[in-house]
Design a protein around this ligand. Structure first.
Ligand code: ADP
Ligand code: ZN
Length: 214
């Protein structure tokens, strides 16, 4: 199936938008951040390995990340479309994704970039809280859970992630600028990169996303 890559900085709303469009269209949402957090919660060997990188706002090494994606992707039926969220994040990962797609009889359709200015990213991330069970994202200022600390959707615990301190947020944005931004150029050159304005109401952004995937 022709898969799609969702690019965007931390805090750009990738997770929210990818999970919405995936459930609407019955695509498979493959989020490396969610997969790593699942391993952390389950205290697997991979989770223990990833923890120090994540806590410091740094990228988990490519090889570990790619192995985890391969493992997940092998279990996706070839006729299901995958939306990648948070992957690839380095040029090496983008190359690995090409290889994975070929190996597994899949193909690449397009990349979509959710564009949000840095000052807005910082504002959003300092207010962000996540359900530790279903990964639903809340904004403590504009969209808090109805009951404090309790997920509206599944009753799970809603917490601010440990990588959401101001210092670590800056680090994650720097890592994005340095390691992930070059991918925008790479996918733009291939053709088929769509840029979407990621600012404003999440529902408005969702509309723009739907148009980009029409
Ligand atoms: P965000 O996009 O808001 O930074 P994610 O949930 O996508 O949040 O990622 C959280 C952390 O997980 C990252 O800071 C990084 O340590 C790790 N991670 C996620 N995806 C990747 C990836 N593709 N390569 C390396 N590390 C990753
Ligand atoms: Zn939940």
């Amino acid at each position: 199936m022709s898969d799609v890559v969702l690019l965007g900085a931390p805090g750009s709303g990738k997770g929210t938008q990818a999970s919405r469009i995936a459930s609407e269209r019955r695509w498979v949402h493959l989020s490396t951040g969610d997969l790593f957090r699942m391993h952390l919660v389950n205290d697997t060997a991979l989770g223990q390995l990833a923890k120090s990188y994540m806590d410091n706002g740094e990228l988990v090494p490519d090889e570990i990340t790619v192995d985890m994606v391969r493992d997940r992707l092998e279990r996706v039926p070839t006729d299901a479309r995958v939306i990648y969220d948070g992957f690839p994040r380095t040029v090496r990962q983008a190359e690995a994704l090409d290889e994975l797609l070929t190996d597994l009889g899949r193909s690449f359709a397009r990349a979509v970039l959710l564009d949000v200015p840095r000052d807005e990213l910082v504002r959003r991330m300092t207010k962000r809280a996540t359900c530790m069970n279903c990964q639903t994202v809340y904004n403590l200022a504009t969209n808090p859970p109805k009951r404090e600390g309790v997920c509206d959707r599944c009753g799970g615990q809603v917490l601010q992630r440990s990588d959401e301190s101001p210092q670590i947020i800056e680090r994650r944005l720097d890592v994005y600028e340095k390691q992930t931004k070059p991918l925008i150029e790479l996918y733009a050159k291939r053709g088929g990169l769509r840029r979407i304005d990621g600012t404003g109401d999440p529902l408005e952004v969702a509309k723009r996303m739907s148009e980009a995937f029409a």
